[in-house]
Design a protein around this ligand. Structure first.
Ligand SMILES: [Zn+2]
Ligand SMILES: [Zn+2]
Length: 134
């Protein structure tokens, strides 16, 4: 599969090649704040599956609860988060799949941090973890 995507203003565009390793729904409070919504989604890709078409991203870093450093890449024009990458884990891109042109092609494989999910959400068909599985 080849799929394209980009930020909200269109300054940044990318393409991905091949199937993702995983698509994860995350209910943690970081993801809720980042998305400004009910949960976050992550599509785990090998870095060589992610192809820049045009645009330049800015990044900032935050400390995850696990102790690792997460580098968060976003469009400096519109602020749209595109992907995250762990320091020391540059072979993997954790894409925000809501930025794909055809998000209907996404099938999540599991959900994390249901202990922090908003009360109205019921994703009962999806494998669930209360926290981040080790
Ligand atoms: Zn943009
Ligand atoms: Zn999260």
């Amino acid at each position: 599969m080849t799929a394209s995507g980009g930020c909200e203003c269109g300054a940044f565009r990318y393409e991905i090649d091949g199937a993702p390793k995983a698509v994860i729904v995350c209910h943690c409070t970081h993801c809720q704040r980042q998305s400004g919504s009910a949960f976050g989604m992550s599509m785990v890709l090998a870095a060589n599956q992610f192809q820049l078409l045009h645009g330049v991203l800015k990044s900032f870093s935050r400390q995850a609860d696990s102790g690792s450093t997460i580098n968060c890449y976003f469009c400096p024009e519109c602020g749209n988060r595109i992907y995250n990458q762990k320091t020391g884990g540059e072979s993997v891109v954790i894409l925000k799949p809501g930025t794909l042109d055809n998000p209907k092609a996404i099938t999540p494989s599991r959900q994390l941090w249901t202990s922090e999910k908003q009360n109205w959400i019921e994703l009962s068909d999806l494998v669930a973890f209360e926290y981040q599985p080790g």
